[in-house]
Design a protein around this ligand. Structure first.
Ligand SMILES: [Ca+2]
Length: 169
């Protein structure tokens, strides 16, 4: 008995230390798991056009609203303004009532881009002019199920592709 009593503090201390080690491993794993779960949830919630988009390539002739290429929300429409005076049209159907953001990534070759959006009746609902190279945005309030037609042209021909996305604003 006295032997056990004498040894108890040592056991106790060692056990407590081991338990603390196990607990700390458990806790750090738990925190790591929670962080991974949180990151996964955030990845789903914060939609990224570059990571989820399918590429749709423009198809000429597409110089008028009635010739617009369908690209759809969340996808990337890739095209070039292949000569001065060329314009490209694409269209998509809004999946919601509310803000739609158009993102136009333009080449940095000195050309200035223009973008405009018309509804199915031909009414202009948004536009932006003289967009320099880089990432540009145009927003408008869309109607669920309505088709929208996006026109793009530039001050000069541009060999590098532009990329157009439509997603919730
Ligand atoms: Ca064209």
């Amino acid at each position: 008995m006295s032997l056990l009593m004498n040894r108890w503090p040592a056991f106790k201390n060692r056990d407590l230390g081991e338990w603390e080690n196990m607990l700390s491993v458990f806790e750090s794993k738990k925190i790591k798991s929670a962080a991974i779960a949180l990151f996964a949830a955030a990845t789903v919630i914060v939609w990224s056009p570059t990571s989820h988009a399918a590429a749709v390539y423009e198809s000429e002739p597409n110089n008028t609203q009635s010739q617009a290429n369908y690209f759809g929300m969340f996808n990337a429409l890739l095209g070039t303004i292949s000569y001065q005076g060329d314009s490209d049209w694409g269209w998509f159907t809004s999946d919601r009532n509310g803000k739609i953001k158009l993102q136009l990534n333009t080449p940095t070759d000195g050309s200035l881009f223009h973008i405009w959006v018309r509804d199915g009746g031909g009414t202009m609902v948004a536009y932006a002019t003289n967009l320099s190279g880089g990432v540009n945005f145009v927003e408008f309030n869309a109607v669920n199920g309505a088709n929208y037609y996006v026109g793009i042209d530039a001050t000069t021909a541009t060999t590098p592709s532009y990329t157009l996305y439509a997603y919730p604003g």
